[in-house]
Design a protein around this ligand. Structure first.
Ligand SMILES: [Fe+2]
Ligand SMILES: [Fe+2]
Length: 325
């Protein structure tokens, strides 16, 4: 998968849509600006009524990816609200000003993510009859964990889970062309926004864990594995329901292709997580994050800071974003 991600990074880097300027900017950004520095809280409110034909399979480039990420996204807002709760509950014990500031920022970012994902789940429920049931059970799991589990579990699980939102963010942005070059503008905008921000705050939950448990490395590693299995299981349940509803099982080859994508992505994510198990690991130094800054993410952040509205990302606006001076 690292190979996959690297190939994709190269692909994005070589894309003819990208100006020399952006390539230069990507190159110099990797030396001077790290995406995790001074990340802002951005308020986004997506209108899912505008999704083309109300079709949840929003990527024409890769419909299997659209279903996969839709399936993954059902339980995500409940984790995001769990993270907010856990950080609010324990942040009073922190003493490092930079971390206290970053915690405030991640709380802001994740709160906006959860708001939009919950609304997208409601849209998906119009097409998939079991989505609300899956949503309810995901919500109940996190509410129980928040009220019954130990401090160490809650902080450890949050750090473990955020490993994968961060890595998933990088992987998806690096494979942008393959996964969503031709896609619905609203859902593309939602996922680019989310993935950019997951990378930006990708170190905060890790630092939060280290602040409380600086020497408890085996528990941290265990929680990375536990969170992975949690994400995989939640996604698998929803994915199976969605492809069944879409009628894929009437065409075994279609179903096989969809499951192959699922397994491939799960594999990619697991391989990307291997460096995380090292004692010397820190998200800032993950090879995917530092080998090359992602051109889409750099252009998106720049475009946003210039005051452009990024609630909709058509192919034309992506091109404009990537070629703007
Ligand atoms: Fe998020
Ligand atoms: Fe996150």
């Amino acid at each position: 998968m690292a190979t996959h991600a690297n190939n994709a990074a190269r692909k994005v880097g070589n894309d003819s849509n990208l100006s020399e300027h952006h390539r230069a900017r990507a190159g110099s950004a990797s030396k001077s600006v790290h995406p995790m520095d001074n990340f802002p809280v951005r308020q986004f409110r997506f209108n899912f009524d505008t999704v083309e034909n109300h079709n949840p399979i929003w990527s024409q480039s890769n419909p299997d990816f659209a279903i996969f990420i839709n399936a993954l996204g059902i339980h995500v807002p409940h984790f995001e609200r769990f993270l907010v709760k856990v950080m609010r509950q324990y942040r009073g014990e922190l003493s490092e000003p930079k971390l206290i500031d970053d915690v405030q920022r991640i709380i802001g970012q994740e709160s906006h993510h959860a708001f939009n994902f919950v609304n997208w789940t409601k849209e998906m429920a119009k097409r998939y009859p079991d989505v609300l049931k899956l949503d309810e059970s995901a919500k109940a799991w996190f509410e129980q964990a928040a009220s019954r589990r130990s401090q160490r579990f809650k902080i450890g699980f949050t750090a473990g889970y955020e490993t994968f939102t961060f890595l998933g963010g990088m992987i998806i942005l690096n494979r942008y062309e393959e996964l969503m070059a031709v896609a619905d503008p609203t859902l593309r905008a939602l996922w680019v926004w989310h993935q950019v921000e997951e990378v930006e705050h990708g170190a905060v939950a890790f630092d939060f864990y280290r602040a409380f448990y600086p020497d408890d490395e085996w528990y941290r590693r265990g929680m990375v594995c536990y969170a992975y299995s949690h994400i995989a299981w939640e996604t698998l349940k929803a994915f199976a329901h969605m492809i069944k509803t879409e009628g894929f099982y009437k065409q075994p080859r279609r179903a096989f292709k969809a499951w192959k994508f699922f397994a491939g992505f799960a594999w990619d994510l697991a391989v990307a997580a291997l460096p995380v198990l090292s004692r010397k690991y820190h998200p800032r130094n993950h090879p995917i994050c530092t080998n090359s800054q992602n051109a889409i993410a750099i252009a998106w952040r720049q475009f946003y800071s210039e005051g452009n509205d990024l609630h909709s990302l058509s192919e034309k606006s992506v091109k404009e974003m990537m070629t703007s001076p």
